[in-house]
Design a protein around this ligand. Structure first.
Ligand SMILES: NC(=O)c1ccc[n+]([C@@H]2O[C@H](COP(=O)([O-])OP(=O)(O)OC[C@H]3O[C@@H](n4cnc5c(N)ncnc54)[C@H](OP(=O)(O)O)[C@@H]3O)[C@@H](O)[C@H]2O)c1
Length: 213
């Protein structure tokens, strides 16, 4: 499969690049800073320049699937959440429709189901997560929505816990395990239409994903 990873420079998206390359997929990684191209090329991916707040020309052409792992991060304000996390995601939905890309996997957040139940300082972010999920379903793309808890840089365990549509408890999960979950979602047609929460757990990833279908 030829997969475009949005947010490929670092964090979960960068881990997903490695995971997909290891699994034998062809990977295109979207980056904003040209200096990040060498790292992606050395990882076995094809770097492509794109900005969710700017030019996306040539980014979506010819891929089979898109994984959206980008985000403005907690160091920026609510305005960046709207421009990048919400509107940037919607722009990517539109670009998929325009270029005939059907498969889409969205990295969301575990408390996106009910933003007003989240802590006050996170409600704008959870509202953006919630709204973009709704817009993704409305787009008609063949989508899967993955809602992880707090992301860590701990070593992957290959074991998770899932819950539909989310897990009520707070918890965390290594980014590399989320990357493996996202890669498996891309490979599984039976998870089109699925939305689930994921935390570190005891069940092997493939068993946990199979339990969702
Ligand atoms: N952190 C958590 O605990 C947590 C928990 C649940 C869900 N999530 C979700 O998971 C996502 C990924 O988190 P992460 O910590 O793994 O990622 P991250 O390290 O924060 O990386 C974010 C990525 O988004 C890219 N990006 C930012 N603005 C962009 C723009 N305008 N155009 C294109 N790319 C842009 C960044 O590229 P640059 O290198 O160019 O900045 C980077 O590749 C978050 O955004 C959030 O939605 C996070």
């Amino acid at each position: 499969m030829h997969v475009l990873v949005i947010g490929a420079s670092k964090g979960t998206g960068r881990a997903l690049v490695d995971e997909l390359v290891t699994r034998g997929h062809r990977v295109r990684g979207m980056i904003r800073d040209p200096e990040q191209a060498t790292d992606l090329a050395e990882a076995g991916a094809e770097p492509v320049h794109g900005d969710l707040e700017g030019d996306l020309d040539g980014v979506f052409e010819g891929v089979d699937a898109v994984a959206f792992c980008a985000g403005s991060g907690s160091a920026t304000g609510a305005d960046a959440t709207l421009r990048v996390d919400l509107h940037g995601a919607v722009r990517s939905f539109d670009a998929c429709l325009e270029h005939g890309v059907r498969r889409y996997v969205l990295l969301s957040s575990n408390r996106a189901e009910d933003p007003l139940a989240g802590p006050e300082e996170m409600r704008h972010y959870l509202a953006a997560m919630h709204a973009r999920e709704r817009l993704l379903w409305a787009s008609g793309l063949d989508a899967t929505v993955v809602r992880p808890g707090r992301l860590t840089y701990d070593a992957p365990t290959g074991r998770i816990r899932v819950g539909v549509p989310q897990i009520p408890d707070r918890g965390e999960i290594p980014r590399a395990d989320v990357a493996a979950v996202l890669a498996s979602c891309l490979e599984r047609d039976d998870l089109v239409g699925a939305v689930f929460g994921v935390l570190a757990g005891e069940e092997p990833i493939e068993d946990a994903l199979a339990s969702l279908t």
